[in-house]
Design a binder for this molecule. Structure first.
Ligand code: G4P
Length: 310
């Protein structure tokens, strides 16, 4: 699926993170638990290379608990990495974050060597909400517009624990088409960057394969799981539109309205707890994406060489 995505000002964010990361002990990378692989920014891994990292799988209330457990195990098996799952409904997220950071950097702590942590995440992952909870008051701006910029702030979680908010905006970088679709479905990508119907059809493709029963429970299509998984996405979108009264003049289904409805139901959790990718899925997509990228680069190099010869 094609995403018209032109991230701006990434070079400023890169410079700011590069500067800040020097005096940091642990990087807290916030991910969307419904799409952990796709909501990671590969730039961050480059910039913070070697720094212990805490992966926070946020919005776990919206994600499939079994898949969240798989992702946590996947990350916890990586070097210098810990992973925890959180959501905005949890009363005291600070405790879990502080404990995990101390595991990652046991030499830090006390007034002489306070723990210094940098928190990063792509827009809409829930960073402002978490920071507000950590601060105990609604001071950081939250909103659903992808990419509200804010200046850097330091939050004192304990006398010897400082949390720095990333300066600038860390946009997602879309390496593989599947990630583009998942990011668009989650709301991490601005609305003008994608087509609602394409996103809804991709989403239905995934849901019919992995969560057919949730589709039936929500939309009462009168189909069993097998029939749903065998139906075409277009057919499902049409049936959902008819069922939910998304109709245009003459009683034809308004597919745009139906698409918006499916996307909204996914984002709000009305469809149930869903995770769009497993570590295995993402590994396959990434390998294919990197291969295609390498082939593209090689082709370009060859074309340039051919032009020079003529
Ligand atoms: P950001 O700073 O990373 O860009 O994200 P922000 O905190 O603004 O959160 C983006 C949206 O995600 C907000 O919803 C917020 O309420 C919601 N959110 C944050 N954390 C969680 C969570 O753990 N679970 C769930 N279910 N939602 C979460 P919104 O509709 O854009 O705004 P509003 O309804 O809060 O006003």
């Amino acid at each position: 699926m094609s995403i018209q995505w032109f991230p701006g000002h990434m070079h400023l964010t890169r410079k700011a993170i590069e500067e800040r990361v020097k005096g940091i002990d642990v990087v807290v990378e916030m991910l969307d638990a419904r799409l952990p692989g796709s909501s990671a920014n590969p730039l961050l891994a480059d910039l913070t290379h070697g720094k212990p990292t805490l992966k926070v799988l946020n919005k776990q209330d919206l994600a499939d608990a079994e898949r969240t457990a798989n992702w946590l195990a996947h990350y916890n098996a990586q070097r210098a990495t810990r992973a925890i799952a959180l959501d905005a409904g949890m009363g005291t997220p600070a405790r879990a974050i502080i404990a995990a950071c101390h595991e990652l950097a046991p030499e830090r702590g006390g007034m002489v060597k306070p723990m210094r942590v940098l928190i990063c995440g792509i827009p809409n992952v829930g960073k402002s909400t978490l920071i507000n909870t950590l601060k105990g008051k609604r001071a950081a701006k939250t909103g659903d517009e992808a990419g509200i910029t804010r200046t850097e702030q330091r939050i004192v979680l304990a006398d010897d624990f400082y949390l720095y908010d990333t300066p600038g905006v860390l946009w997602p970088r879309i390496i593989v088409p599947e990630s583009g679709a998942n990011l668009a479905a989650s709301g991490a990508v601005g609305r003008n960057a994608y087509d609602d119907q394409e996103v809804a059809l991709d989403l239905l493709g995934r849901l019919k394969a992995d969560y057919p029963q949730l589709l039936e429970e929500r939309y009462r299509l009168g189909l069993d799981a097998q029939a749903i998984s065998q139906a075409h996405e277009e057919e499902l979108l049409g049936a959902i539109g008819r069922k939910r009264g998304a109709l245009a003049a003459g009683g034809v289904v308004n597919l745009q309205k139906a698409a918006e409805l499916v996307i909204a139901d996914f984002r709000s959790g009305a469809l149930g707890r869903i995770t769009l990718e497993t570590p295995e899925d993402f590994g396959v997509w990434l390998a294919a994406g990197r291969k295609a990228d390498a082939e593209r680069q090689a082709r370009r190099k060859e074309e340039r060489a051919a032009r020079r010869r003529t």
